[in-house]
Design a binder for this molecule. Sequence first.
Ligand code: SAH
Ligand code: SF4
Ligand code: F3S
Length: 471
Amino acid sequence: MHQQNIEQDLLEESRQGEVLSYHAQTESNRKYYIESYGCQMNFSDSEIVASILAQEGMSSTKELSEAQLILLNTCSIREKAEETIRKRLKEFEHLKKKNHKLTIGVLGCMAERLKNKFLEEEKLVDLVVGPDSYRDLPRLIGQTDEGDKAVNVFLSREETYADINPIRLDSNGVTAFISIMRGCDNMCSFCVVPFTRGRERSRDAMSVLAEARDLFDRGFREVTLLGQNVDSYKWQNPNSGEWILFANLLEMVAQIDPRLRVRFSTSHPKDITDQVIQTMANYPNICKYIHLPVQSGNSRVLKLMNRTYDREWYMDRVNTIYRLMPDCAISSDIIAGFCTETEDEHKETISMMLWANYSMSYMFFYSERPGTPAAKKLIDDVPIEIKKERLNEIIRIQNQISYKHNMADVGKTFEVLIEGNSKKSEHDFKGRNSQNKMIVFPKKGNYKAGDYVQVLVQSASSATLTGIIMD
Ligand code: SAH
Ligand code: SF4
Ligand code: F3S
């Protein structure tokens, strides 16, 4: 059981806790250090922040001790995510004691959730900036230079940072994220995101296309279109009056070049249309992989979660995906032990996982978030031990499914986009196939990062595939 907890921690870390620090290229006396936590949207936002600070002539450093400004781009999704930030802040206390001029800023979702309270609770914080206020950073930093604390947590209905060209951080030069929308209007009862990121708004499609084209011209070969609910993307061209929906945007990006792979995240089961699935099927360069979070396999729990679909609806979406794209991989997010969930209802989640044959899942136990509809209206009555037990069972089952899913690929040959050296050896490359599976294989010939190669899979674990390049 302990082992599974560790595995879950690792999984969570890989998605929610991964730390990003980076260098911007500009020269300036003033150096800042930034770390990002949470989802891909936050990582993408840090690239926008980097661009805004670069315009001010500030440069980044990977050395904490060199920084005059430390920024944490934070996540509030579960209690543990916030605890991680508070622990990290504690580690900065000694730096602040040494350097009274050091400014410490918190950005992102936790900044938005706690607002001014952050300054009261964490005395060493000088700057609190919500996800829609990054353009105001230069002014706010100026305010802290005067010795004042600075806060801007205004949530906008329009801000999409469409005109800001993100500075790609810690980039492999091959894959990049493009934000296509911000906020969320869904109000899933467990979720803090609508409160921390505000109302849903879609970014100008032309600016998305321009960014993707520019990335391709600079040698990038894969873009991931990001939003909390990409299927509700909707933008009206002011010149033609024409509405661009997600399926249209996907097609337009796919048409930039057949050598540019397109991915997207996250799809909402209630909104993913046949048109989106058909568009994916039509274009070989739209990757055959859908992250389609189920959250629970039981219709009563789904209703309490306000997911607005039931088990049957979800199964119909999965059936349509596999019918139109038999080789498509589907992954999921799962919450164990939501309010009032019974053992039988939990078993329905397990049976859904087996039925849907998820290639992988992100799995969590329910963590009540203050102010959410569930916190206000439902009782968090599943004891923590039961939550953990159910989560461990979910993880164990997913590991088995992933292992089988991966073993089924042994003997098959896939087109793989080389992303760079594998973590373990500089003699090996790593890259993904269309189904988003990571494959590790020995280097061969003159192939380099950004090239496509055919790889024959020879062995598999529940996490990775290994293979060899076929000419
Ligand atoms: N927009 C995405 C999810 C973003 S949050 C979607 O709708 O699928 C990422 C995942 O965190 C969610 O899918 C959910 O599984 C998990 N999550 C969100 N709030 C949570 C909470 N209060 N407790 C536990 N897990 C939670
Ligand atoms: Fe949260 Fe639901 Fe919006 Fe996803 S769709 S961000 S889970 S409210
Ligand atoms: Fe976390 Fe905010 Fe993303 S709460 S998961 S960083 S949208």
